[in-house]
Design a protein around this ligand. Sequence first.
Ligand code: ADP
Length: 398
Amino acid sequence: MLRAGLTGGIGSGKSTVARRLVRHGAVLVDSDVLAREVVAPGTEGLAEVVAAFGPEVLDAEGALDRPALAAVVFGDPGARERLNGIVHPLVRRRSAELIAAAPADAVVVQDIPLLVEGGMAALFPLVVVVHADPEERVRRLVELRGMPEADARARIAAQAGDDLRRAAADVWLENTGAPAELEAAVDALWSGRLVPFEENVRMRRPVRGGPARLVEPDPEWAAQAARLAARVAAAAGERGRGVAHTGSTGVPGLPAKDVIDLQLGVDSLADADAIRDALRDAGFPRRPEIDHDNAKPTGSAPWPERYHASADPGRPVHLHVREVGSPGWRHALLFRDWLRADADARAEYLAVEREAEARYGDDPNGLRYSEYTEPWFDAALPRAESWAASCAWSPSLH
Ligand code: ADP
């Protein structure tokens, strides 16, 4: 099973996307629908709302009078919080029931308008954001949904801005254009990403790296790493001791293989084993055949670690789980920080990588590429260490 969070501003096209995904076979959990269901006549939710706000929030038939309730909570943050405190847990419980009832190979799409505002993005293995320009959204809400223009503008203004949503998005669906463009993008998302991602998670099968190709540095790498790190940290829970963006993409301006390396610190490898399944469910299954790093310098006793990698075919990620303070944990941070600080070292490392690419770039799994670059790390270690001593460097958890 794969859970994908679907969000976007009001009028952006969430429901349109959700409908198309359902046509492909997705199981939809729509939080707006559930928020109405849990306070329908005869529910425990409605009884709680009446107990909190009085019988004046009921209409003549005994159903919730939404405009009356809206008038009570409008402009009263405390009342709104009390209402959310009743409705949100019930929606969460109902969502969990629906997810538990879905088939084991389901792609579950959770349509949550306030996913970003509610700080829930890191709880999903994949977040899909639908976007349309605000003026176009106003036009659609007014012309197609019959909403008064002032209402449409007020609702749009009350929601998260594009920057926050962009930071949370693994997938950005642009829907300012024609419906057919959106449909094509959703179809490609379904077959090219959601279906294989779900299967990979279920089969505990990380995406295997293809041939090693260096690409120009992507200014988005840092933001992508931050989003992925938040997801890993959420999955690790209280056993996590910080997630760092390591590896070549963690060095701004350096051409690199398009892989985000993350290092999750833990107190012990027993803790790493305890969170194995949580990391898998977050989209990062373990590769059990890799249980150590080659120690530096080469030939010393291997450094134990646990190694996970992304199951998302759209975003290669290598996730190293290492004991905080262990030599392997420190080494990853030392080289990243040294390369960040020293332009000559960066240039030297890049030259070695370019040579590795020229020799082994066609190798199907990139292993010989890594082997080729290892001696450079051995040789450079004394210089990295003297740099560290000169600036009293100490490893940070992030
Ligand atoms: P949301 O669920 O995000 O509030 P909807 O999917 O309901 O948004 O879309 C808002 C309105 O705009 C609907 O009436 C929908 O049919 C319409 N719509 C969605 N996408 C497009 C598009 N690309 N062009 C024109 N109208 C659209």
